[in-house]
Design a protein. Structure first.
Length: 141
């Protein structure tokens, strides 16, 4: 499996690989101007990058988008949905919903680290048709 990033905006910052206990890619904001978040505000922040996986069928792979440690510690900004799961066959631009959980106004600037992306293999347990109804939805991501 090979992960390929593609800039959908020429001035976007390419994700950076963090090696360590949990290898992940840092994602950066791609903005024309600063985005101001008042306490409790939720905003969608684009990254200007898309990704794809080498294989066409990747049913057991998923991409997890997690909060940026830097944003959480320094600004109190989290992902609005806590943790985003993207299907392995998604190939559109990555954008994240963030929420200002602090008690003061915060801003996000172009190039700020906003999230991290982790690729993981899913383990699907054996299921009995009598115990659970299986759904295959194209709208899930």
């Amino acid at each position: 499996m090979k992960l390929v990033f593609k800039k959908v905006a020429q001035t976007a910052k390419t994700p950076v690989l963090l090696k360590g206990k949990t290898p992940s890619f840092l994602l950066f904001a791609h903005l024309d101007e600063d985005r101001v978040l008042f306490p409790g505000d939720i905003k969608i922040i684009k990254t200007g990058v898309a990704f794809s996986m080498e294989e066409k069928e990747v049913p057991d792979l998923a991409v997890l988008v997690m909060p940026s440690d830097e944003m959480v510690k320094e600004k109190g900004i989290y992902l609005a949905n806590g943790l985003a799961v993207i299907a392995g066959n998604y190939n559109g631009e990555v954008a994240v919903a963030v929420i200002n959980a602090s008690k003061v106004m915060r801003s996000i600037s172009d190039g700020d680290q906003i999230a991290k992306l982790v690729v993981t293999r899913l383990q699907i347990p054996g299921l009995s048709a009598d115990d659970i109804k299986l759904e295959n939805s194209k709208t899930q991501s």
